[in-house]
Design a protein around this ligand. Structure first.
Ligand code: PEP
Length: 243
């Protein structure tokens, strides 16, 4: 299965910067041996999708509402993301689970709504540092997978230890392998045999320097990249490291 290298631009990028980044990626993205996805802010998603049209680079949203439309001021439906050119959407990022108290059930509803609208969801899971120190990482993450993944799931999972996001700290190789195995086991427990085919990405301070070591670890189906996805050369170097 091809690895997926996904960039989460978060709340970064005015129109000129976003389009410059998309153009730089477009120029060098041909012939990569992996799938490559960018998730820009919603305000520039349509313009980025237009810039990348006809290229190998996929476009996604960073979140969506679970309803197709209605009285939800400030929210964006999966249909709207698709209409703007997205084919993927991140749901349940830890920044949203924490800042907006998004529960597993809410994340599952968003993922289900995304699939209904023809989008592929990336469901994020991951433990806090306290949970890891307490020896609860596997239990916490397995419960997140079980509670957040809808029946008939067609997307991917991103394992992102919260303490590794934006901190420059990357999980130990052994821990990454253990957590990916735990997630695979839970996917099979939740979805049955189809859980074997779900890609599981690693995310948390992935940089060009460590990417080639990370991406050959057993069970790692790609990477979700935050900070380093804002620099075209860094992001492409990570993509070129894909196994
Ligand atoms: C993220 O927020 O999904 C992420 C992985 O960020 P960073 O790469 O900056 O740690």
């Amino acid at each position: 299965m091809r690895q997926l290298i996904a960039g989460n631009w978060k709340m970064n990028g005015l129109r000129a910067e976003a389009l410059a980044l998309a153009s730089a990626l477009r120029q060098s993205a041909d012939g990569l041996g992996c799938d490559i996805l960018v998730c820009p802010p919603a305000t520039v998603l349509g313009a980025v999708a237009d810039t990348l049209q006809g290229s190998a680079i996929l476009v996604g949203g960073q979140d969506c509402h679970a309803a197709p439309k209605g009285a939800h001021t400030g929210d964006i439906s999966p249909e709207m993301l698709r209409d703007a050119g997205a084919r993927w959407v991140i749901v349940g990022h830890s920044e949203r689970r924490q800042a907006y108290a998004e529960s597993n059930a809410m994340v599952r509803d968003k993922a289900e709504a995304a699939m209904l609208a023809g989008l592929l969801p990336i469901i994020c899971v991951g433990e806090t540092e306290q949970q890891r120190l307490a020896g609860a990482a596997e239990t916490v993450v397995a419960a997140q997978v079980d509670g957040s993944v809808p029946a008939g799931f067609t997307g991917v999972i991103a394992y992102e230890p919260i303490w590794a996001i934006g901190t420059g700290r990357v999980a130990e190789d052994d821990d990454i392998v253990t957590m990916h195995r735990c997630i695979r086991d839970q996917l099979v427990g939740t979805l049955g045999e189809s859980g074997q085919g779900v890609r599981v990405l690693y995310g948390g301070s992935v940089k060009p320097a460590g990417a080639s070591t990370l991406l050959v670890l057993p069970g790692v189906g790609g990477a979700l990249v935050g900070g380093a996805s804002l620099n075209a050369e860094d992001f492409l170097t990570i993509a070129r490291s894909a196994a």
